[in-house]
Design a binder for this molecule. Structure first.
Ligand code: CUA
Length: 351
């Protein structure tokens, strides 16, 4: 009796838990709401495998139910032993052939999709957008090849266009994953570069996450893909190419912040088209939807981050207490006015 209660308690617990957990999550990081080429391919594969599993489940359950009802022990026949059968060629062939067919139905589209997802053949075409993605503990760098655009954390792409990515890492293996629009791909240290293509069908901001355990702040290694219209993207490219890294801010405080930033932070960070440094590129920082990938973009959070990065993202490379709170305020003032373009996540039509 107690055992039964125990089982029901677990059932209740799991039932409640799955109900609660199904309320978690946000729309723009769901593989179940595909908004792009890669995620659509993967979603279709999920549907095929679920259909096959359901098919097998229903048939097995139907046979099972039929057999336990039809062949159960009947009253007055307790000692009756039915005819014993061993081997049945026809049946054995059937239950060997059916799984083979089902596996083929599953395998062919899976292998096809695997190759399609890694297909980068369009990267050589004229007008193709090629982006080098670099994973770092714990941030992402994006280098637009041939455009001299370097940026971190926010990856801008035009919608309805296949974008080609080559992936690498400066330290350990990370994995680039934007569930709503793409599959995931490892970024490897060394010369073993993976490739992947990306396409968003709708404008919007899609959340990305590192999907390979890469250190204490792995779960905080967030980034964003921002899909905008082709016109907005062209504008963004134009704006990003014309960034003047030395532009003087208007306010005195921000100018002081600029000097502090140049003296303390520039050895790792960069503004403008400079290649990836030890730290993220700060171009267009004022338009990032998050600070360090995870904090809301308020001045208070930014100051906190500048002074105590290790408390927010343990194990990251940025030194703590490099500047004091006063100096951090000024640096924050400077960074929050690095508004290099009108094309922002908010300007992209949200879905
Ligand atoms: Cu990078 Cu996990």
């Amino acid at each position: 009796m107690k055992g039964w209660m125990g089982k029901f308690r677990m059932l209740f617990l799991f039932g409640a838990l799955s109900l609660i957990l199904s309320g978690c999550g946000v729309d723009n990081i769901s593989a179940l709401k595909p908004e792009g080429y890669g995620s659509e391919l993967l979603f279709d594969l999920m549907l095929i495998s679920i259909a096959i599993m359901l098919f097998v489940f229903v048939i097995v359950m139907a046979i099972y139910t039929f057999v336990i009802i039809r062949y159960r022990q009947k009253k007055g026949q307790e000692d009756y032993i039915p005819k014993q059968t061993e081997g049945n060629k026809a049946l054995e062939i059937i239950w060997t052939v059916i799984p083979i067919i089902l596996l083929l139905v599953l395998a062919v589209p899976t292998v096809q999709a695997t190759f399609d997802l890694a297909d980068n053949s369009g990267s050589e075409e004229e007008g193709a957008i090629n982006i080098e993605v670099t994973g770092n503990q714990y941030w992402w760098h994006f280098n637009y090849k041939g455009q001299e655009i370097s940026t971190s954390q926010d990856l801008y792409i035009p919608k309805d266009k296949r974008v080609h990515l080559t992936m690498k890492s400066t330290d350990v293996i990370h994995s680039f994953w934007v569930p709503s629009i793409a599959g995931k791909m490892d970024t490897n240290p060394g010369d073993n570069q993976n490739t992947m293509s990306l396409e968003a069908y709708e404008e919007g901001e899609y959340l990305g996450q590192c999907a390979e355990l890469c250190g204490p702040s792995h779960s905080l290694m967030d980034f964003r893909v921002i899909a905008v219209s082709q016109e907005e993207f062209d504008q963004w490219v134009e704006d990003m190419k014309n960034v003047d890294p030395e532009a003087q801010p208007e306010s005195d405080v921000a100018r002081e912040g600029q000097e502090l930033f140049n003296n303390n932070c520039m050895s790792c960070h960069a503004i403008g088209s400079a290649p990836a440094g030890v730290g993220p590129n700060m171009t267009n920082f004022a338009n990032r939807s998050k600070i360090a990938g995870i904090l809301d973009p308020t001045k208070e959070n930014l100051v906190d981050w500048i002074v105590h990065p290790d408390e927010i993202k343990p194990g990251n490379q940025m030194p703590s207490n490099l500047v004091n709170e006063d100096e951090a305020e000024k640096i924050a003032e400077y960074l929050l006015q690095l508004d290099h373009t009108d094309v922002t996540p908010e300007s992209a039509e949200q879905n």
